[in-house]
Design a protein around this ligand. Structure first.
Ligand SMILES: [Zn+2]
Length: 163
């Protein structure tokens, strides 16, 4: 469950789009609010804007129609035609060879990534711990203010007496 920042409703996680990088990897605004936002943007586009945009898209497509479709076809055909069984085998071998040659590096890379993830989490936890500790110290001080004052007064006195 998560509260939407826009409508303030408490909603299931699936009501939020994914957003990698956020703490819970979800957007802070729910799906329906996003939809409303999108509609508003569209509504705010003047007819002129919409016309211009579709005309641009259409013109581009019309002007490049043949090239686009040939490009796509050719690219696919070229790839397919030029991949012999040998190529496919070589490609597989290559990736195998690459993996073998870089095995340690790849493993280390994956390990580092895991470590980094761990480190990041513990940083957050650390932050939380510091906040909690400060709060505890503050509470402790508040609760024992008089006692602590008395103690430090005595300590001060003792030191004075020793001198
Ligand atoms: Zn919402």
């Amino acid at each position: 469950m998560k509260e939407c920042k826009e409508c303030g409703k408490e909603l299931e996680d699936k009501e939020f789009y994914k957003h990698v990088g956020n703490k819970d990897n979800l957007m802070s605004v729910c799906k329906s609010c996003i939809k409303i936002r999108r509609r508003q943007i569209k509504d705010n586009m003047s007819e002129e804007d919409v016309k211009r945009k579709s005309l641009l898209d259409k013109n581009y497509y019309e002007a490049n129609k043949e090239r686009i479709s040939i490009d796509n076809k050719e690219r696919y055909k070229f790839k397919k035609d030029n991949m012999t069984d040998e190529d496919i085998k070589t490609r597989n071998d290559n990736s195998k060879v690459y993996y073998e040659a870089n095995k340690e590096r790849i493993k280390k890379y994956n390990r580092d990534k895991t470590l980094q993830k761990k480190k990041k989490e513990s940083d957050e936890e650390k932050q939380e711990r510091i906040v909690m500790r400060n709060k505890y110290i503050k509470d402790y001080y508040q609760r024992n203010k008089e006692l602590l004052n008395e103690r430090s007064r005595l300590r001060y006195k003792n030191n004075k007496d020793k001198e």
